[in-house]
Design a protein around this ligand. Structure first.
Ligand SMILES: Cc1cc2nc3c(=O)[nH]c(=O)nc-3n(C[C@H](O)[C@H](O)[C@H](O)COP(=O)(O)O)c2cc1C
Length: 368
């Protein structure tokens, strides 16, 4: 055992106090790619195993590392193999990852491969391949570390699969390539839509609420996308649905934060349409302005028991938060909907909605 190895296995009192489940959970916040490491056994039979412990070590010389559980069934093959291939899986290969992580009669059944150096199989359809020679192995607790010298690389334009917190993920760039921070107007809206989708997906997963995305279209506030809660609301949402300014929470945030000349004619029309209705809240411009002032103050709009013709018969509650671009203009409304009996703006999920809108604005370069 060399000095490096001894350092690696030396156990400090603090280390022994670490709970393995907690450690696994914590390590899950380090998102990785997913690989299948392939080798040939001594009879020339292909062996493969899913591994996300792969990482880079050195560019010159070109070295990489990955680690294998010492009680893996194929441990004897890997620990003596002279060469291996790191198949970096693409986002279309979740089934390949699952196949090579589970015990099965033959993991290579039906998997297309191409022989690499020494005949070691390279799985077709990967994001990239690294063909390696085993440079050294080091014991590391219940794993064995493999240091590999890269002898050939094969790239592709495919997007890699990612893995974190026990889940497969697809990767999206932090920005869409455009200069988001300086974008404004229609470009900023497009960028915002692009960035908002994964954020809304997270919000929906974390809160199990129906969440939606609204923009200012050519006929006013427009719902362009939504994700249902597991228990779907009794609402017939439609992509491209134009919403009222005062009869929807999405509409209210646009009414509160858009330039007045953009919203005036819509507001006037909605005010005129309710003149004959007894008890309608927004019969005057003053009443509307007072309400929009509160929306501006709280940076949040809500609507209770909303019913939109041809969309829903049973009232729903909705809360919306504005998203601003670098120039401070509203570009999106993020909306959360729930049953009127249970969902209000005091729901803890609304704090997450507000936070998502704030983070999105910051990503678009809004600084306030
Ligand atoms: C995403 C993912 C990453 C994995 N990473 C590793 C790894 O780095 N090292 C390892 O030993 N096992 C890893 N595993 C588990 C092995 O793939 C799995 O234990 C092995 O294929 C089981 O084979 P066996 O039952 O024949 O021993 C991973 C599994 C998954 C799903």
């Amino acid at each position: 055992m060399n000095a490096i190895t001894q350092t690696a296995v030396a156990e400090s009192p603090a280390a022994s106090a670490i709970d393995p489940t907690e450690l696994r959970r914590c390590l899950g916040s380090f998102v990785t790619g997913v690989t299948v490491i392939t080798v040939l056994d001594e009879d020339g039979k292909p062996i493969g195993m899913t591994a996300n412990s792969f990482n880079s070590v050195s560019l010159d010389p070109p070295l990489i590392v990955w680690s294998l559980r010492t009680n893996a069934r194929a441990y004897p093959v890997y620990s003596t193999a002279k060469r291996f291939v790191v198949n970096i899986l693409s986002e279309e290969q979740v089934d390949v990852s699952n196949r090579f992580a589970k015990s099965g009669p033959d993991r290579f059944d039906g998997v297309a491969t191409t022989p690499g150096i020494g005949g070691v199989p390279m799985i077709d359809g990967c994001a990239a391949h690294l063909e390696c020679r085993t440079e050294a192995t080091y014991p590391g607790g219940d794993h064995l570390l493999f240091l590999g010298r890269v002898e050939r690389i094969v790239g592709s334009a495919r997007k890699p699969l990612a893995f974190g917190a026990g889940k497969y993920m697809v990767v999206h760039p932090y920005d869409s390539g455009a200069d988001i921070a300086s974008g404004s107007g229609h470009v900023a809206t497009l960028n915002a839509v692009h960035l908002a989708r994964p954020i809304l997906e997270d919000l929906n997963r974390e809160t199990d609420k129906t969440v939606g995305l609204g923009v200012w279209g050519n006929l006013g506030p427009t719902l362009i996308w939504w994700i249902e809660a597991r228990k779907a609301l009794d609402v017939r949402l439609r992509c491209g649905m134009v919403l009222p300014l005062l009869g929807s929470s999405t509409g209210k945030v646009f009414a509160a934060f858009s330039e007045p000349q953009l919203t005036a004619r819509y507001l006037d029309a909605e005010i005129a349409a309710v003149q004959h209705l007894e008890g309608a809240p927004f019969k005057t411009r003053e009443a509307v302005e007072e309400h929009l002032g509160l929306v501006r103050e709280h940076c949040l709009a809500s609507i209770y028991d909303a019913i939109i013709q041809d969309v829903n018969e049973r009232g729903v509650n909705a809360v919306s938060a504005p998203v601003f671009d670098a120039a401070g203009a509203i570009v999106l409304a993020l909306t959360m909907m729930g049953e009127s009996a249970t969902f209000t703006e005091h729901d803890p999920a609304v704090a997450k909605l507000r936070d998502a809108a704030r983070r999105l604005s910051a990503r678009l370069g809004y600084r306030k």
